[in-house]
Design a protein around this ligand. Structure first.
Ligand code: NAP
Ligand code: MG
Length: 496
């Protein structure tokens, strides 16, 4: 660990808001403390912005938008700058991965291999698409030429959560910037550090001042100010359903800005009796819930399993949980499960574990806090057997390493249970029968359905939720572009 200890000692955090191309203090001068969830120690003091800072950032973004310095650039030129931005993120993968692990508690093996490389890949993917997309000419007949063109909205607001700080930011920044918008983005208060460094890299890549602004601070203040701002034309939000509703209400009460919401989930993993290779199923089911400590909107947090194979699968699942999902210091490369993001969040998850036991489910592995002596917020990967779908642990999003197991008898009951939730983000179906797979993939109400795997797809596929899991748009793929663009008709009379 000496190597990584030296890397940590050499880190300097960017802790001020990034507005109009420069780091600035909050107008009020206030700061807040952020900590390392692996030991509860202070990492940094970050600028605690408020509505005045949001005003400054939006004004800078509006100036940049109106000047045409970004939107007026040829798509190929914008692409070159964004690809350079992505390259710089890749070149700083070690530093950014370390920041993300220290700030969020994510295993360093994940942040190095996934979070940061995926952040760069997302920016690059959207950048590379933009000089290959065409607008349309409508089939009007000879009396007119009608062009259907897309234009950037102007100033886009983005509000992102703490579970994948860099990557969720990239899911918004990639398509919003590529389509020519200027952005004011708010990271979650507890995890602002990676995005501040990333904004600096954007400037280094040559993005003009005002094109990308980062305003740090509490959601109730900074997030509200973005969502209510009259000069913000659209807001892209990822977070809880509860806060998503308030963002939508703020839009309705202010300037009717466009709103895109990516929200929570309670995603089912359905294992049919004919599923092949239960060892592999157990590996995939465990990854779907324990990856990123279960702090994942599309976590497969409900295992629905045919009663005939339940005990067999569960035994393998308990084994793979113990052998693979090792809890420990996020900076140790062997660690697969780090601490939860904050003490408050850990207590919330522990509260659900208590509720599960109270309601009559039975923890067959895990079931509480571990490594308390470190001062960190670690919770053991936990599996509840003997649950029913009406229990709180089967209905509410826990956002932690807790899997709820519900047995079913037959396909109809499996579908009924899968859809008996307010959410509809993701689902998995394990079966060897191609007909069953097709039938069930259509019947489950979810934005992404994985067959014989746990999958969110990749950058080429849209990601969004049904029901209370989403509203108004999608992240990733070219489908993400339209939401950051206005559609305009230009009708040219050709008659003399
Ligand atoms: P959250 O509490 O809803 O916060 C999300 C963001 O909204 C944070 O930046 C937060 O700021 C801000 N915020 C809080 N109150 C606000 C308000 N009144 N107005 C405007 N913004 C406000 O969610 P979280 O606890 O960070 O993240 C977990 C949730 O995100 C889960 O429900 C999860 O499922 C969901 N999620 C969904 C996806 C997806 O793609 N569907 C991906 C990841 C996570 P502060 O935290 O700084 O106060
Ligand atoms: Mg932190």
């Amino acid at each position: 660990m000496t190597g990584i200890a030296e890397e940590v000692a050499a880190l300097t955090f960017r802790t001020r808001a990034f507005i109009d191309g420069a780091f600035v203090d909050a107008a009020s001068g206030r700061t807040y403390r952020v900590e390392n969830p692996a030991n509860g120690r202070t990492l940094a003091e970050v600028a605690e912005c408020d509505a005045e800072d949001v005003d400054r950032a939006v004004a800078a973004a509006k100036r940049a938008a109106e000047s045409g310095v970004w939107s007026g650039m040829a798509p190929g030129d914008r692409k070159r700058l964004l690809v350079r931005f992505a390259d710089l993120i890749d070149e700083h993968v070690g530093e950014l991965a370390l920041i993300e692990s220290l700030d969020v508690g994510k295993p360093i093996s994940d942040t190095r291999a996934l979070d940061i490389p995926d952040t760069a890949a997302c920016i690059r993917w959207h950048a590379e698409a933009i000089d290959k997309l065409y607008d349309q000419v409508a089939p009007t007949g000879p009396g007119a030429v009608a062009m259907v063109v897309r234009e950037p909205i102007g100033v886009v607001g983005a509000i992102v959560p703490w579970n994948y700080p860099a990557q969720m930011a990239a899911w918004k920044l990639g398509p919003a910037l590529a389509t020519g918008n200027c952005v004011v983005i708010k990271p979650a208060q507890v995890t602002s550090l990676s995005l501040l460094r990333i904004a600096e890299l954007a400037a280094e890549a040559g993005l003009p001042a005002g094109v990308l602004n980062v305003v740090t601070g509490p959601g109730s203040v900074v997030g509200t100010a973005i969502a209510r701002h009259p000069d913000v034309g659209a807001v892209a939000f990822t977070g809880s359903t509860e806060v998503g509703r308030t963002v939508l209400a703020h839009s309705a009460e202010s300037n009717l800005k466009r709103v895109m919401l990516e929200l929570g989930g309670k995603s089912p993993q359905i294992v049919m009796a004919d599923a092949a290779n239960l060892d592999r199923v157990a590996e995939r089911v465990s990854a779907a819930i324990f990856w990123n400590m279960g702090e994942n909107c599309s976590a497969g947090s409900r295992l629905l399993v045919d009663r005939r194979v339940k005990d067999d699968l569960l035994a393998r699942l308990v084994h793979v949980t113990g052998s693979t999902w090792l809890v420990g210091d996020p900076l140790d490369e062997a660690t697969r499960v780090g601490p939860l993001v904050t003490r408050v969040h850990m207590e919330r998850v522990l509260g659900y574990i208590e509720a599960g036991t109270r309601e009559g489910a039975r923890a067959v592995t895990g079931g509480g806090r571990v490594l308390e002596e470190t001062g960190g917020y670690f919770v053991a990967p936990t599996i509840f057997d003997d649950a029913t779908n009406d229990m709180r642990i089967a209905q509410e999003e826990i956002f932690g390493p807790v899997l709820t197991v519900v047995a079913f008898d037959g396909e109809d009951e499996a579908i009924r249970l899968a859809n008996d939730t307010d959410y509809g983000l993701a689902a998995s179906i394990y079966t060897e029968n191609v007909r069953t797979a097709h039938r069930m993939a259509r019947a489950v109400h979810a934005g992404t359905v994985g067959v014989n795997c746990y999958s969110e797809g990749d950058l080429t596929t849209p990601f969004g939720g049904f029901k209370l899991s989403g509203f108004g748009g999608h992240d990733k793929s070219v489908h993400a572009h339209d939401q950051y663009m206005e559609l305009k008709t230009i009708w040219i009379d050709m008659a003399d």
